[in-house]
Design a protein around this ligand. Structure first.
Ligand SMILES: *Cc1c(COP(=O)(O)O)cnc(C)c1O
Length: 427
């Protein structure tokens, strides 16, 4: 056994969160080795408690029929409220500021309906150059919907030269010159490709200083890094729940609307309405007039998919049991261990794109393989033959994300061993 592996096993023994690993299903090994799953940035693993909880929800429908709305263990009418407090803890929000609903891109559109209100002078959206395609498509289509041209209205900030990170200075420079034309600044919390944690609080402050609204896509941030959306005065945020939140493929997503936009404080705020956004007390009076529910709940459209909310509920309870503070503390050590082992042993073959400072990264590391696309791809393919599951991004990047809830130091050590072997094998 390598000294790396021995050291990793000692670190696991003293890890207070280690018992959580057995509360998740690890995928089956396909090549006879122990499974190293480092893909929680793409799809989190299934909690072992989920199957019986799903059966309980199905039983409620079997045994109560429509009365399941008001009876049973978790009546369906107020079901989404069960998620409110846990989501508020993960996002640093007031409970009324968050709601679990729809999917990420749908929520992004609904938020832009309310918070992208261009006029002839302020019509630009500032985003990042390397934004996730879905976000880009949503932004461009919103701009066109309002009769503007993305060529002119979409500003994509580039990484600071040579650094691979997006800085507050870059945003500040743009806003100093053109801030009076900007309606909205929309940024990721954690950049999906590089793994950089953006300076969310500073960027929110800058946007506001120049009279723009500030929104966040937290797809790679929620459940990964600490957030304080309320105190940072972020106007809105959206996220998905199948990455670090482990709520399953296509899981019900969520969004945040800052309290200052709620409770009718902004009478002119446009919003697409549906009956589930109506005040719950009067919802079933079926009145012609729409009276918005308190807080982010007002943005709900339909009665929610209970069977799809159950995995979110189960998964969030694991975050509450572990505590985000303890998870983050382990995450910093886990990713730090992995980064150190990679740098000390494989830096002639790989370069870590993700910033080194722990406050500038979450659990993910993005590794650029140094020897060109063909070798990089061959290394990735060889790695997948050794029961390592991680993720490939064109042209030459492997993303790995040790997740503190279920990954171990041993996983990290095995990854470094197997990556080294894959590189040797290909070269
Ligand atoms: C994962 C991810 C998405 C996915 O969008 P869906 O609507 O959930 O399919 C969107 N944006 C970002 C930044 C992501 O990382």
């Amino acid at each position: 056994m390598s000294t790396r592996l021995q050291q990793a096993m000692r670190l696991d023994e003293s890890d207070a969160l280690q018992p959580f690993r057995s509360q998740f299903h690890l995928p089956d090994s396909r090549h006879g080795q122990s499974m190293v799953y480092l893909c929680g940035n793409s799809l989190g693993l299934q909690p072992t408690a989920l199957a019986s909880e799903m059966s309980a929800e199905l039983r409620q429908w079997q045994t109560l029929g429509v009365e399941g709305h008001t009876r049973g263990r978790h009546p369906w009418l107020p079901y989404h409220e069960l998620l409110r407090e846990p989501l508020a803890r993960l996002t640093g929000a007031l409970p009324t500021e968050v709601v679990a609903m729809n999917t990420l891109t749908v929520n992004l559109h609904l938020m832009m309906v309310s918070f992208y209100r261009p006029d002839a002078s302020r019509f630009r959206i500032v985003a990042e150059k390397n934004s996730f395609p879905s976000d880009r498509y949503a932004i461009e289509s919103q701009i066109r919907f309002h009769g503007f041209d993305p060529e002119d209205a979409l500003i994509e900030l580039e990484d600071a030269p040579g650094s691979g990170v997006l800085t507050t200075d870059t945003l500040a420079e743009y806003l100093e010159q053109h801030g009076d034309q900007v309606a909205l600044v929309l940024m990721p919390g954690v950049q999906y490709y590089s793994g950089q944690v953006l300076p969310m609080a500073q960027m929110a402050e800058l946007a506001h200083k120049h009279g723009a609204l500030f929104g966040l896509d937290l797809a790679h941030a929620i459940g990964n890094v600490p957030l304080a959306l309320h105190d940072w005065e972020v106007d809105f945020a959206v996220w998905c729940s199948y990455k670090y939140l482990n709520a399953g493929p296509g899981a019900v997503a969520g969004c945040f609307v800052h309290d200052r936009h709620c409770q009718g404080r902004d009478q002119n705020l446009p919003r697409f309405n549906g009956w589930w956004g109506h005040q719950p007390e009067g919802r079933f009076k079926m009145a012609a007039e729409f009276r918005p529910a308190e807080g982010a709940d007002a943005w709900q459209l339909s009665n929610p998919p209970i069977l799809a909310l159950a995995p979110v509920r189960v998964s969030l309870s694991l975050f509450d049991q572990a505590g985000l503070g303890a998870l983050r503390e382990k995450s910093i050590r886990l990713t730090g261990f992995l980064a150190r082992e990679l740098t000390e042993n494989l830096s002639q073959h790989i370069h870590i794109l993700t910033p080194e400072a722990s406050e500038q990264r979450g659990c993910q590391l993005s590794l650029r393989l140094r020897h060109g696309h063909a070798i990089a791809r061959a290394v990735f393919d060889a790695l997948t033959q050794t029961d390592v599951i991680c993720d490939w991004r064109e042209p030459d990047v492997i993303r790995i994300a040790p997740v503190p809830l279920y990954n171990s130091f041993e996983d990290c050590a095995l990854f470094v061993d197997r990556l080294g072997e894959a590189i040797d094998h290909v070269r």
